[in-house]
Design a protein around this ligand. Structure first.
Ligand SMILES: [Zn+2]
Length: 654
């Protein structure tokens, strides 16, 4: 004969049932993965203690609605609610392994499930309450609908759910194992059973001491997200080791009232590992707890929400008299949660130190203020400093690009987060050599724009050296850049000159570097970055063919011309070559460059060809997507198409 008491009770994978089983393991002082039916019975006893706790905890009705036997108003009035509950829970326990409905349990997969109506009749008839027909609904198991009455019914409102006695029994222990989080109850799951159970235990321990002291509010009540986080931190503190793959899931639900709901939120490994590292490797427990304890009411800005959403957390930053988080916590958060490269923060730190050493204290105070870098004048101080540092070899464009990485989309634009970092470190320059070496870097952002900018800059530099030498370059280019007197026309000219000799300087390439997502010319950042490259080259004493010429990113091909105009350009080119030869055409290029020939000349050439060409196409070509004139740009675009054709032809024929 099978000894039923020793029958093992295993975890089911259902978060509600497993929470109940975890609570039972805690109360029975047993291993959660080695529970037996006997332990379940020992913990239940006569059921009076369970009934008392559940009647006491406010979370009970959020789990089982107010219609549960224990809280049903009618039964309460008659004073039989506790007895009825106790009797049925005891009967549920006794039915484990004796279910007689030949349908699998939809929670754990057990081969048969419980006839709740018959169980209730047996338990309640002695109390004079056995006359009602009962089925499993939300008052027996969270979020399961009851037949015929509940629009939110699961499964699919067509029948009541099949559940075995063990599962129905276990969930009665849930209230002790749940915490409140953002107005919902939270049950947990994890990829690691040990971690899950340790966390559950820490919740049960707290709830247990609450009920023993006569409390009614479960853990987390009125604490926003703080309880969940401090509970996690305390747990991390106790963990001896950490599995880098552990994830956790929160089942946030409520079953009460007319709108039961359930939402699953992941607590990803990234978040857990961050807490583990912060608490265990960097002794940041008290700092985090201190910061969290002064959080405001808005949960969206809480540390936990920010960690979960991968957003920046404002209290890390200096504000008023608050100097912000310690550099270790700051760095850890930026690197682990936001994925900012470790190196970027180092560059910010370096810049802050340099600023500190060259800028007067009064100005430093101003730069430390919250809004400081919203002002162009303040940003300019740093921008100039970056140039000076590249001129003296203390910084490279590479470093700058780590701190101000490119943002996607057309045009050369950079992310502005770097300013926040610089401002943070302006408050922490004294704390030198922050022990951050232990924090590994996350891979750098795309280098593609950087490589194209390097190639462009190097080739401009070389061709200037060839024609006029380094001194002239300093005067003609760098000095003029300092005064902001080099702009779009100069850059267009460089493109035209380079396209004569090198492939890859197409209009598509130009567009991707110089025109932003609003279809506007934007070259300020590009020119600034080129300036940094040239300052670096001059510092390194590069006077001839630059090594970095082997930077050869895949060129972006394309004239980007409307088809009719593309055909006309080709026809004009071929016609000219046929009549005057390739060198004759070069003279045309020179005259276009000197603006002796203009758009009207091009138009007249087009008109003379016997090819389809409409006024409408031409008009459209001369305005941008917003209807603004782009005559200068259009002229440049056709010129560039001519130059590229010229170079291809010349290259093939020579
Ligand atoms: Zn089951």
């Amino acid at each position: 004969m099978i000894n039923e008491d020793s029958m093992s009770v295993t975890l089911t994978g259902n978060p509600f049932v497993d929470t109940g089983l975890g609570v039972i393991a805690f109360l029975g002082n047993d291993y959660v993965d080695k529970l037996s039916v006997k332990t379940l019975g020992d913990v239940l006893g006569d059921g009076s203690q369970l009934a008392r706790w559940n009647a006491q905890l406010k979370s009970f009705t959020m789990v089982f609605t107010v219609n549960s036997l224990l809280t049903h108003p009618g039964l309460k009035r008659r004073g039989v609610n506790v007895k009825a509950y106790q009797a049925v829970v005891t009967k549920l326990y006794e039915s484990i392994g004796h279910e007689n409905v030949r349908q699998r349990c939809e929670c754990c997969g057990h081969y048969s499930s419980l006839d709740i109506d018959s169980v209730c009749r047996q338990a309640l008839t002695p109390l004079g309450l056995g006359d009602q027909i009962r089925s499993i609904g939300r008052d027996w198991f969270p979020l399961t609908g009851s037949l015929g009455s509940d629009a939110q019914a699961l499964p699919a409102a067509s029948r009541s759910v099949h559940i075995c006695a063990k599962c129905l029994f276990a969930v009665q222990y849930m209230p002790l194992g749940l915490m409140l989080y953002r107005g919902s109850l939270a049950a947990f799951q994890s990829t690691s059973t040990n971690f899950w159970y340790d966390y559950l235990r820490s919740i049960v321990e707290t709830n247990y001491s609450i009920v023993k002291a006569g409390g009614t509010e479960p853990l987390g009540s009125k604490q926003g997200s703080r309880a969940l986080l401090t509970q996690l931190i305390a747990l991390m503190y106790k963990q001896k080791q950490w599995n880098e793959k552990t994830n956790m899931y929160m089942w946030l639900f409520t079953n009460s009232g007319t709108s039961p709901r359930c939402e699953i939120q992941e607590i990803p490994n990234r978040a857990l590992s961050f807490l583990w590292e912060a608490v265990r490797d960097h002794s940041l427990r008290s700092e985090i707890e201190g910061t969290v304890s002064s959080e405001g009411k808005n949960l969206r800005y809480s540390l936990l929400s920010c960690i979960l959403d991968g957003r920046d957390y404002l209290p890390l930053y200096p504000k008023g008299r608050w100097k912000g988080a310690s550099p270790t916590l700051f760095m850890l958060y930026q690197n682990r949660i936001l994925g900012s490269p470790y190196f970027a923060l180092q560059v910010a730190y370096k810049l802050a130190r340099q600023t500190q050493s060259v800028v007067n204290p009064k100005k430093i105070k101003e730069l430390q203020k919250e809004e400081a870098f919203r002002h162009q004048a303040n940003r300019s101080i740093i921008i100039r400093l970056v140039v000076e540092m590249t001129e003296s070899g203390r910084l490279r464009l590479d470093d700058y690009s780590q701190l101000f990485p490119y943002v996607g989309g057309p045009g050369v634009k950079v992310d502005m987060n770097g300013w926040k970092y610089i401002r943070y470190y302006l408050h922490h320059v004294a704390e030198d050599d922050i022990q951050l070496e232990s924090i590994g870097a996350i891979p750098d952002p795309s280098r593609v724009p950087l490589e194209r900018i390097i190639r462009l800059s190097n080739l401009i530099y070389i061709s200037h050296l060839e024609r006029r030498g380094q001194e002239r370059f300093k005067n003609d280019v760098l000095e003029r850049m300092k005064n902001n007197s080099l702009g779009i026309n100069w850059l267009r000219l460089q493109f035209l000159l380079l396209a004569e000799r090198y492939p890859g300087f197409t209009y598509a390439d130009w567009r991707s570097l110089c025109i932003d997502e609003k279809d506007e010319l934007f070259t300020k950042e590009l020119l600034y970055q080129m300036r940094l490259i040239w300052s670096g080259l001059i510092f390194e004493g590069v006077t001839q063919k630059v090594a970095a010429l082997d930077v050869d990113p895949a060129p972006i091909d394309g004239e980007d011309l409307p088809e009719q105009i593309h055909n006309l350009v080709r026809a004009v080119f071929e016609d000219y070559i046929a009549k005057r030869g390739i060198d004759g055409f070069y003279q045309v290029l020179e005259r276009l460059r000197r603006k002796e020939l203009d758009l009207a000349w091009i138009r007249s050439k087009f008109d003379r060809l016997n090819l389809p060409f409409s006024d409408e196409i031409w008009r459209d070509f001369l305005v941008d997507s917003k209807g603004r004139s782009r005559r200068a740009e259009a002229f440049f675009q056709i010129q560039l198409a001519f130059v590229n054709r010229y170079r291809d032809k010349k290259f093939i024929s020579s």
